[in-house]
Design a protein around this ligand. Structure first.
Ligand SMILES: [Zn+2]
Length: 569
């Protein structure tokens, strides 16, 4: 009798030990951070002047993959974010570019537009006059949803595994930075520049949660009124301290090319845009994310929650001033303190030991041609809007008996032909595509012009660029030709909107991003093995024990997975 009860006691002790062990080690929160346009080398390049608790914490306490590259051709924002969310290539997840031509609807589509789900706030849609990336202006509606993402996201799989008990959220200044990571089953909030408020669409809510109403009512962005973006430190301590004014920097909507950049009055038409062109945008995103963590009780129980935050300022600053500028350098230091602030807050509310942090970027970014040329590196701009008038294309039109335009439009990386006239003239589309591709390959700055028929039939040699083109090719959404530029060649005039430089290419500066895991008692490691950002979703699924997202075919990053799985099982 006594023996039996002793055994009973021991087994109870053992059982509770096992239970508490697994409770401690399973993260209460997966915090997925995306920094828009954070090229892989930038955090360490500027770490000397960074503080504690941000990138330095990630470096000392995190598993840092220092050789991660995207494998698709079109390194744009929605494309990268969706790869991070789904672990699938754009060819598979369907998000092949920021815009594409929908042949059934007969018009261009902005990636996450959805007329069925209007924004809950009136007149909160994008402000066309200050939109750096004109793709968003193309949307035919202010409605937004993740419906165009074909495969599931890791966040979806977490929802399914927990039967909807996991709390899943995505937050960003950009709609596509939030909607993609929240997936089909989470909730997304993004920033309205005209309103200065965080908004959502009827896909997610019929009415704003109380804490969102309260946050918007507080008008936190207005605290920037009549202030300015100033340098954090003395100019002499900066690598680019002697380069505040570079001729290629953009004076967007009067925000200026030198410090201090004035935010001006909250009543000015550009106030909301100025905030996003500077570190203020990230600070506002952080402030809202903190309210979300409190308002939704994130990470407060044993069911793992998911919060994705995409910080957009680095992208805007990169487009306007270039990554090699005093603005970009100061932005990195401020991003570092924003991250330190976020990690300290999460530590207080959830505990970093209970949080699995993963940080990456949707794409890298190139240096501005002017900067490269100041060091003798050849660089330049290409003008696809002039290609229809090129002598070689004119000759081709004559051959096919086409009097009108043949090259209808170019939305990177896809070129759209005038299919109507090709049909009218009873020409063979495949033959025309291939003939145009051949001629475009002769234009300066073009590295690859390939017809969609060739991609579909897989008639191409196995080269670096063709592989990237294939991973970007979706039969229903891709344009007639995929165009890739030579290294250091860019478009900068995009439907009348000029920027200093554009990412979106297949080359290293655009594909290179950090992939860093931290928290959950991980210890510092620097991994130089080649990895891909799409490995993140597969790895998270493996660690949390969900099934892989439906298109996820990344590798499992075993340095992180082994460590955490040994604890969990
Ligand atoms: Zn981006």
């Amino acid at each position: 009798m006594r023996k039996k009860s002793l055994l009973f006691t021991i087994s109870i002790i053992l059982l509770s030990a096992v239970n508490s062990y697994s409770q401690i080690s399973k993260p209460k929160l997966v915090l997925q951070i995306t920094v828009d346009q954070l090229r892989g080398d930038l955090p360490e390049k500027f770490m000397k002047n960074m503080g504690e608790g941000g990138f330095r914490y990630l470096k000392e306490q995190g598993v840092w993959y220092a050789n991660a590259h995207y494998g698709h051709a079109n390194t744009e924002t929605v494309v990268g974010h969706t790869v991070l969310a789904t672990g699938a290539d754009p060819a598979v997840n369907g998000m092949i570019s920021n815009v594409w031509f929908d042949r059934e609807k007969g018009r261009l589509i902005y990636n996450i537009e959805d007329s069925r789900y209007p924004i809950l706030t009136e007149n909160a849609d994008v402000d066309a006059s200050t939109e750096i990336d004109q793709s968003q202006v193309i949307a035919a509606t202010d409605g937004r949803s993740p419906a165009n993402i074909i495969t599931t996201t890791f966040s979806d799989e977490l929802t399914l595994m927990t039967n909807g008990k996991a709390k899943v959220f995505g937050v960003s200044v950009k709609d596509r930075g939030a909607v993609t990571l929240a997936g089909h089953t989470g909730k997304a909030f993004w920033f309205s520049k005209p309103k200065g408020e965080f908004i959502t669409s009827s896909y997610y809510y019929t009415e704003y949660p109380k804490w969102v109403k309260q946050w918007n009512k507080r008008k936190f962005p207005n605290t920037y009124q009549n202030k300015s973006w100033q340098l954090m430190h003395k100019p002499s301590t900066y690598l680019f301290g002697d380069r505040d004014e570079q001729e290629w920097e953009m004076d967007m909507a009067g925000f200026g090319r030198t410090f201090p950049h004035q935010y001006g009055s909250k009543d000015s038409a550009y106030f909301g845009s100025y905030l996003t062109f500077s570190p203020a945008g990230d600070d506002i995103t952080l402030n809202f994310a903190k309210a979300l963590i409190v308002g939704e009780d994130i990470g407060q129980d044993e069911i793992t929650d998911f919060l994705a935050i995409s910080f957009s300022s680095t992208d805007y600053v990169g487009h306007l001033f270039g990554p090699s500028s005093l603005e970009a350098e100061d932005n990195m230091l401020r991003l570092d303190s924003t991250l330190a602030d976020l990690f300290a807050f999460v530590d207080e509310k959830v505990g970093l030991e209970n949080t699995l942090i993963v940080l990456s970027a949707d794409h890298g970014g190139p240096d501005v041609p002017g900067y490269l040329e100041s060091f003798g590196i050849e660089s330049g701009y290409v003008s696809p809007d002039k290609w229809d008038k090129e002598p070689s294309i004119q000759a081709l039109k004559q051959k096919f008996g086409i009097g009108q335009e043949l090259i209808h439009d170019f939305f990177p990386p896809y070129l759209y032909l005038n299919e109507k006239i090709i049909k009218e003239k009873e020409l063979d589309l495949e033959e025309v595509e291939k003939a145009v591709a051949k001629e475009l390959m002769g234009i300066k700055g073009v590295a690859l012009a390939v017809s969609s028929f060739a991609l579909q039939k897989n008639q191409l040699p196995d080269t670096y660029l063709n592989r990237k083109a294939l991973r970007n090719f979706n039969r229903k959404r891709s344009g007639n030709l995929l165009i890739l530029f030579e290294p250091q060649y860019f478009i900068n005039d995009f439907n009348g909107e000029k920027v200093a430089v554009n990412h979106g290419g297949p080359w290293m500066y655009d594909s290179y991003v950090p992939v860093i895991f931290a928290g959950s008692n991980l210890t510092g490691q620097r991994i130089i093995r080649k990895t891909e950002p799409k490995d993140i979703a597969s790895t998270l699924a493996n660690i949390l024990g969900t099934k892989p997202p439906s298109g996820a075919d990344g590798e499992i990053l075993y340095e992180v997975s082994n460590l955490l799985n040994n604890k969990n099982r």
